[in-house]
Design a protein around this ligand. Sequence first.
Ligand code: PRT
Ligand code: ZN
Length: 297
Amino acid sequence: MSITTNQQSAGPEVKLKIAVQKSGRLHDDSIRLLKECGIDISNGVNKLKSEASNFPLEVFFLRDDDIPQYVEDAVADLGFVGENVVYEKNKKVDVVEKLGFGKCRLSIAVRKGDDYTGASFLQHKRVATSYPVLLKKFLDEQNVSAEIHEISGSVEIAPGIGLAEGICDLVSSGSTLFMNGLKEVETILLSQAVLIKNQQLALAQQSLLEKLLFRIQSVKKAKNNKYVLLNAPNSNLKEIISLLPGMKSPTVLPLAQQGWSSVHSVISEDQFWDIIEKLKTAGAQGILVVPIEKMII
Ligand code: PRT
Ligand code: ZN
């Protein structure tokens, strides 16, 4: 028996091409996100590209610095890349969605003992960085004229070897700065991984992007929320319900034990501890917190 699908009858299959970091800090989280979106791809450690088996998606594995250019040139329709790279490269691409991983900040740091009172400290000094475009923008905004030394790696050693008085580099935990006797004095960009797209996507690719985006947003929402189940004395039920935001309103079920109810709801990560404490004070017991896999509103 032969089955004819719409896609086959419409000619060659329409696909989305997405660029992902080949190896490095964003690789694993990028692949994980696609998997959480239900997209199966074989890992491309030594591969340049891979095809999803259950979604019309082709994945290109590239250096992160090259991803904005490939997306501008439509070699890839989409890319997962850090905002720091997007804004430094300044290519003609659109940022579609923040992805919630690869979080860091682009900061200025100086020697620990320096008396830094503001950006004017850098006036006529040397600043080493791999981010000359973003650094220059910051210095111009501050009306500071400094010498920018562009280096491609190990920026944090520059003050120690007498190459510069300050640096502008990515920071996450701050331990690299600390270990090199430096202190963070200005944050010039907060960054995380984002989904970028080519500015002239064809209609068919645009509709596939919307499908992918819907899945990404459902995964993100689920990560930012917890499912909470608790037992509440009926005497305090009203107060307990008023503390719970929920998707619509909480589910309330009677317990076998008279005078008690089971209450189910969804709480966002940022309000979580605050609400849990208030729930306990209001008499809630047996509070269970469960992760949510997908959340479709
Ligand atoms: O080979 P390719 O060019 O693809 O990779 P890469 O070596 O250029 O990049 P990679 O894998 O190091 O980083 C990829 C992206 O991860 C960056 O562009 C950022 O968007 C994001 N990211 C998040 C970070 C960090 N956190 C980070 N901490 N990128 C780099 N760092 C470095 C930083 O440069 C410094 O050397 O980590 C050090 C500081 O870390 P802490 O924790 O000591 O503060
Ligand atoms: Zn890179």
